[in-house]
Write a protein that binds this ligand. Structure first.
Ligand SMILES: Cc1cc2nc3c(=O)[nH]c(=O)nc-3n(C[C@H](O)[C@H](O)[C@H](O)COP(=O)(O)OP(=O)(O)OC[C@H]3O[C@@H](n4cnc5c(N)ncnc54)[C@H](O)[C@@H]3O)c2cc1C
Length: 177
């Protein structure tokens, strides 16, 4: 569970620890998953591509990934699937026309499914207080035999592979104690 949630769930948290919670800042993200059926072929722009960054301000999304280019087995024949990530969730009404505008979706393709996933914890903000805050929190938690791992557990910027190897390392350490 995210470190912030863990601390909030502890009853009688010492004041010197609870006052640190506000320093744990992060951004939230909306992820829109879209399943489509193409009329002729996969859009030229996304052929053989796993993900694309879109930095232009006029687009409310910053990254689009193509699940079905990772494995064709993820979709039925003549279909493709995308995720669209955006950090400003107020601005997501017209994403389909914008995706068509940049050629990530063909104009005449059929949308078969669309679902929205809001992630409260997305990117940890590395503010000035972060490291000192984490040192104090972890000293407190470790004394209670609580060891944190994971991107949100350790309040860091990391990726799936690191999360798996960190979990393995911690399991080995605890088994040898
Ligand atoms: C928008 C976005 C894009 C990303 N893209 C990539 C990428 O392309 N490649 C990459 O490697 N990484 C990517 N990441 C990072 C990756 O998702 C994380 O590093 C990874 O998921 C962290 O794994 P974890 O096990 O630490 O935490 P999580 O994946 O968050 O797993 C924690 C699990 O614990 C559950 N949980 C929480 N609280 C409780 C509770 N109280 N009781 C029981 N269960 C609970 C949650 O529901 C969740 O299933 C991305 C992250 C975001 C937000």
């Amino acid at each position: 569970m995210p470190l912030k949630e863990l601390l909030l769930s502890i009853k009688e948290l010492p004041k010197e620890i609870s006052k640190l919670i506000k320093s744990l800042e992060c951004t939230s993200t909306r992820c829109i998953n879209i399943g489509l059926k193409y009329k002729k072929s996969l859009p030229e722009k996304i052929k053989d591509i796993h993900w694309i960054y879109i930095p232009e301000k006029k687009y409310p999304f910053y990254r689009v990934g193509i699940y079905s280019n990772v494995s064709k087995k993820l979709v039925p024949q003549n279909c493709y699937s995308l995720y669209v990530e955006m950090s400003n969730i107020k601005n997501c009404d017209n994403i389909i026309p914008l995706l068509k505008d940049i050629g990530i979706i063909n104009v005449d393709d059929e949308i078969l499914s669309l679902n929205v996933v809001d992630m409260k914890y997305a990117y940890v903000i590395f503010n000035k207080e972060r490291q000192e805050t984490l040192n104090k929190i972890n000293t407190f938690l470790n004394k209670k035999n609580i060891y944190c791992i994971g991107r949100y557990g350790t309040w860091e910027y990391s990726f799936i592979e690191k999360n798996i190897t960190d979990a393995k390392k911690l399991a080995l350490t605890l088994n040898h104690e």
